[in-house]
Design a protein around this ligand. Structure first.
Ligand SMILES: [Fe+2]
Length: 279
């Protein structure tokens, strides 16, 4: 298969053209896509039109599908495929914007998903971009004393941090048993495929740092986040109909933007792929 892969920014994101994920993909193309995924952290595969089972098939090119935590968003006929929609509301009637606020997906799992895949089914005319932050760069550019300070630190991740600025949809009781109370992951992790170090923080899930006073931990986490999300570390994805975007949760933060006309539907399929224990 003769596909093209072109950078979308100097450090994050590449655009793939000339591949049809609804069709079988040969081994050489599959290997090339996986290398590009690790190198660029975000792959934008243009002009796809996938049904949920085709999306499951396509995800298999990159890894094994991860069962997502909140079954509320599962498609009834294909529960491994979830949806993201701006049409859901909290119990109090206010609109739920999934993915608002910087985070990395499901870091409260012992083995957090290595990747998340979205497929744009319906998009608003304008807005709704996804912003990605390159956490390799965030780590590389830390001031030397801060870099020294975060070595060996471990953070406590929970389903929803009491310090989170965003409220998540509650887990239904049947799923609660499958989601750990808390897990501990290093704040600096080494990517198992690229070998590079990246900051691994998550304001929605992290509730503290092991052996550090709460106030000190929150101040440090705020400083790390403020450094990380600077514009020069970002790639901002403007969605086009048919985009399939796969990103690396081990080397990125991301967030959605609820900045568009909410009378227009924004609907995407979402899948995750199994990952390793962060080290
Ligand atoms: Fe997310």
């Amino acid at each position: 298969m003769d596909c093209s892969i072109a950078r979308l920014s100097s450090h994050t994101g590449a655009e793939v053209r000339g591949v049809d994920l609804a069709q079988p993909v040969d081994d050489a193309t599959r290997a090339r896509l996986n290398r590009a995924f690790v190198e660029h952290s975000v792959l934008v595969i243009r002009d796809q039109k996938l049904t949920p089972p085709q999306m499951l098939q396509a995800a298999g090119l990159f890894g094994e599908v991860f069962p997502q935590h909140n079954a509320r968003f599962a498609l009834p006929d294909f529960p491994l495929v979830h949806y993201i929609s701006n049409q859901d509301r909290y119990a109090d009637g206010t609109r739920y914007i999934p993915g608002d606020g910087y985070h990395t997906d499901h870091s409260n799992d012992r083995l957090p998903p290595k990747a998340t895949i979205l497929h744009a089914v319906k998009l608003p005319d304008h807005g709704g971009d996804t912003q990605y932050v390159n956490m390799y760069l965030a780590y590389d550019t830390l001031a030397p004393e801060l870099k020294e300070r975060v070595q060996g630190l471990r953070a406590v991740h929970v389903y929803q941090s009491r310090f989170s600025g965003r409220k998540l949809m509650g887990l239904d009781p049947a799923r609660r048993d499958h989601v750990p109370d808390h897990v501990v992951h290093p704040i600096v992790r080494t990517h198992p495929e690229s070998g590079r170090k990246a900051l691994y923080i998550n304001p929605i899930r992290i509730e503290g740092i092991v052996d550090m006073a709460e106030g000190e931990a929150l101040t440090l986490l705020d400083a790390l986040l403020a450094h990380a999300v600077q514009p020069q570390h970002q790639y901002r994805h403007r969605w086009r109909p048919g985009d399939v975007v796969i990103w690396d949760n081990r080397s990125l933060l991301h967030k959605a933007n609820g900045d568009y006309d909410m009378s227009q539907v924004r609907y995407l399929y979402r899948l995750m792929l199994k990952g390793d224990r962060p080290v």
